[in-house]
Design a protein around this ligand. Structure first.
Ligand SMILES: Cc1ncc(C[n+]2csc(CCOP(=O)(O)OP(=O)(O)O)c2C)c(N)n1
Ligand SMILES: [Mg+2]
Length: 811
């Protein structure tokens, strides 16, 4: 156990810690009560309580933050323990009274700990249960990765700790992560299960802890069951104590919870009814007042500082992953304790008054750090000042990694190539370089490394593992395209098929600059439709402001013969709607290289949120990148991408054929349907005047800029104009738009509203068909003929001579 430098004896320290635990419980309950009180008065809205849920972790968190944690340790706090977390940070001088008074309010302390919205040093955001837990595991793997590269300098190794609700353990992603941790030799990870035997709705199943124990042991973890505190252990040594222990061990969870709620008299009655013997047991019970009996019976290890400190100190002597199953009581120390309906529970004013009296807090002194405590304020303050965790400093900003001015694509022009193949080639080119840029790239993929074209990169850069492992096929001289060698210098993290793990790994890699002080340039690949499988973890990664490049390929119906199970329709809309993620869908490899280059820089940015005056995008803040790629080979243009074109590609669109002043039709396309859009433009050009062809590389960025510019104008910046508005500025009013992509038509449907142009949006709305690309494009109406038909319907004045009769079933 690491101890602050005060020389007080252990019992003195314990007494101070116990006092501070009381204060933390009070501050958390008061924060919630106070916020609720405000809402009731001001707006009549009740806010959720969660006083009980947070109270069950009060002792464990006191032990951790005020004693066990070192500055380099990182913690994911169970969402509803947020008030306890904020209360501790407040005591440590890291949280303001103003934010606490505004708990759950506008710009106040957050209901669930938030890296991005809270000011008090949240390590990992939580809220969607299960994700923060797994995040600690992946962060530990990333710490090992960074250290294996020798980048950690003098930074001491940290421990990654999750405070886990027992019902939270129902989330499957936790078990997916366990498996991955086992494969990668997980170290330095503690998961502390708050075993209060209650979920949101109810009391959990009997004997759950034994299942947990077996699972964790199977995956190579140490398991420490923390059941009884020192008072109970001492009572078990008294005559009759063994029978008391047996009774507790056999007591159903529901009954234990109910008795905790009812208190001392109920404990006495029940114990005497069930094991009262007019002898030793009766004496053991009768020797205690109601209050003492309640204190004894609720003295579970999760509320017993000496037991907790001892267990943490022992586990602190090794780096094996450890799961603590700590028995607790939901609502411990509050009148809500144990009641099965207490999840969102909130003490009523009478209960709160009683609690205030019990805590010796005078009205008007609720926020004072040491109000009502018996130890002297200067001793308490000296204790807090010496807390090891409080030596933590703000992480230094890790330096920007220079990105080459251009990512070369040699020999691509004129070839038939897909964006997916182009991606493989670009990374292959980078892999030849020995530069800081190339060395900081780290790739990862859930068992689709080869099929997403990361193979050449991995061949050159190798797979990462703490211990080297040769490729047996290579050593046996069996020819193989892929060199599958593991070593600490490898730069690819191979994952099993679980996509949740991919996103959590990206989240951990993408926070390395903040957690480890060492920046990585993470790239993750997966099949586009399986974004849905990990969408919550993707959202979580973005919410935490992790920085990565997601390469999703193949996408759409363009992988035609593979059929409906692998087709993605709605992902472009995810790309547009996901905050923190800039989505791109290039058609050509030179566009992809331009976007990737931008992406490597963009994921490192951390500037102010002021919009760019050209695009109205908040590009200085940076974010993550999503590239929706395709396996469809397209003939690659032979052209030079000058600065202007490069900028337009990044901004989201450029004219492949600029419309003339009397344009009747504009075709706007995204991605792999470029040949159809180009062909349709050719077919229409002879019979429609001044036709334009717009290549859209990012519907997301075009849309975001347009929305932001509109908002700016409404606020008085009358000249604000976004990229898409500038592109459409000269289009005559009567011009019609046809939009088309291999994805949901709503992705581009909004384009007509930019300048008030009549619009028909083509795309894919149904999945399930197999066939050739030609079959499926015809079937879904995104082939050249369908584009021509749509244009004709919008601008019907004259027939188009190249239009054929519609054929095939259509949809
Ligand atoms: C993914 C997800 N589903 C549902 C919820 C709603 N929810 C919040 S806490 C909770 C139950 C938590 O029980 P437990 O983990 O045992 O914590 P306790 O309340 O006992 O402290 C649920 C269902 C959520 N936050 N996240
Ligand atoms: Mg619980």
């Amino acid at each position: 156990m690491s101890s602050p430098s005060t020389t007080s004896p252990a019992s003195d320290r314990l007494a101070l810690l116990a006092e501070l635990e009381k204060k933390i419980l009070w501050l958390a309950a008061w924060t919630i009560h106070n916020a609720n009180h405000l809402r009731d008065n001001a707006e009549g809205i009740k806010v959720g309580g969660h006083q009980a849920s947070s109270a069950s972790l009060a002792t464990i968190m006191t032990a951790l933050y005020l004693d066990v944690l070192r500055p380099q340790d990182r913690v994911a706090v169970k969402p509803h323990a947020s008030p306890i977390f904020h209360a501790i940070q407040y005591l440590l001088g890291r949280q303001t009274r103003e934010k606490l008074e505004n708990f759950r309010g506008y710009k106040g302390a957050q209901s669930y700990p938030s890296r991005t919205k809270d000011i008090d040093g949240v390590d990992f955001s939580t809220g969607s249960v299960g994700l923060g837990v797994a995040q600690t595991l992946f962060s530990s793997l990333v710490q090992d990765y960074v250290r294996a590269k020798g980048w950690s300098g003098e930074h001491p190794e940290g421990r990654m700790i999750a405070l886990v609700g027992d019902a939270e353990m129902d989330e499957g992603n936790i078990f997916e992560a366990l498996l991955e941790g086992w494969k990668h030799g997980l170290r330095n990870t503690w998961w502390i299960v708050d075993y209060n035997r209650q979920s949101l709705d109810a009391v959990v199943r009997e004997g759950l802890w034994q299942r947990f124990e077996a699972i964790f042991q199977n995956f190579g973890w140490d398991v420490v069951v923390l059941k009884y505190g020192v008072l109970l252990e001492a009572a078990f040594q008294e005559p009759g104590g063994e029978r008391l222990r047996d009774w507790i061990d056999n007591c159903p969870n529901q009954l234990y919870s109910a008795l905790c709620f009812q208190g001392g008299a109920a404990w006495r009655k029940r114990l005497l009814d069930e094991i009262g013997d007019q002898g030793e047991v009766t004496k053991l019970v009768e020797a205690r007042s109601d209050e003492e009996l309640a204190k004894l019976m609720t003295n579970l290890a999760g509320h017993d500082l000496p037991t907790l400190l001892d267990a943490f100190a022992k586990a602190g002597q090794h780096d094996r992953p450890t799961c603590f199953i700590a028995y607790t009581i939901k609502g411990f120390g509050l009148p809500l304790a144990g009641h099965k309906d207490n999840h969102a529970g909130l003490m009523n004013p009478t209960q709160m008054d009683a609690f205030r009296t019990a805590m010796n807090v005078r009205p008007g002194h609720e926020w004072e750090n040491f109000e009502g405590l018996s130890a002297k304020p200067d001793r308490l303050q000296a204790f807090l000042d010496a807390v090891p965790f409080n030596k933590r400093e703000k992480a230094a900003v890790s330096p920007h990694i220079d990105v080459p001015a251009v990512l070369p694509t040699p020999g691509v022009a004129g070839k038939e190539l897909s964006t997916q193949a182009g991606f493989g080639q670009i990374l292959n080119e980078i892999s030849r370089e020995d530069s800081d840029f190339a060395n900081r790239i780290v790739t990862t993929s859930p068992d689709v490394t080869v099929s997403t074209n990361l193979g050449p990169w991995v061949n050159r850069r190798g797979l990462f593992a703490l211990e080297s492992m040769a490729d047996t096929f290579k050593s046996e001289r069996i020819p193989s395209t892929f060199n599958w060698e593991f070593s600490p210098s490898g730069q690819h993290l191979e994952l099993g098929i679980a996509e949740m793990n991919l996103f959590l790994m990206l989240s951990a890699l993408g926070l390395s600059h903040s957690i480890n002080g060492e920046r990585l340039l993470p790239i993750g690949t997966l099949y586009d439709p399986f974004i849905y499988r990990g969408a919550d973890a993707l959202n979580y990664a973005c919410y935490q402001d992790a920085r990565f490049i997601l390469v999703a390929t193949p996408s759409g119906i363009t992988l035609a013969p593979e059929g409906g199970a692998h087709q993605s329709i709605g992902t472009p809309l995810i790309g547009m709607a996901q905050d923190g993620l800039a989505a791109f869908e290039p058609a050509f490899v030179d566009e992809l290289a331009t976007i990737l280059r931008f992406g490597f820089d963009y994921i490192q940015r951390n500037g102010e949120g002021d919009p760019d005056e050209r695009t109205w995008l908040r590009d200085q803040t940076g974010g993550s990148i999503y590239l929706r790629l395709s396996t469809r080979p397209l003939e690659q243009p032979a052209r030079t991408i000058d600065d202007e074109l490069s900028r337009a590609i990044v901004d989201g669109a450029y004219w492949l054929r600029k419309p003339g002043p009397n344009a009747e039709v504009v075709i706007a396309y995204t991605g792999a349907v470029a040949p159809e859009a180009i062909e349709a433009t050719g077919l229409l050009a002879e019979d429609r005047r001044d036709i334009g062809l717009l290549a859209i590389t990012s519907a997301d960025r075009l849309n975001a800029g347009w929305t932001a510019a509109g908002r700016a104008r409404e606020r008085g910046l009358v000249h604000a104009q976004s990229h898409v508005e500038r592109l459409f500025a000269d289009l005559p009013h009567h011009c019609s738009l046809v939009t088309v992509l291999d994805g949901h038509p709503a992705t581009l449907g909004w384009l007509g509203s930019v300048g008030g142009h009549r619009t028909r949006s083509l795309g894919v709305e149904h999945f399930g068909q197999t066939g050739t690309i030609a079959d499926l494009y015809r079937h879904h109406g995104i082939d050249a003929q369908a584009i021509v038909r749509a244009a004709l319907a919008l601008a019907p004045e004259r027939p188009v001579r190249y239009l054929r009769e519609a054929s095939g079933p259509g949809v």
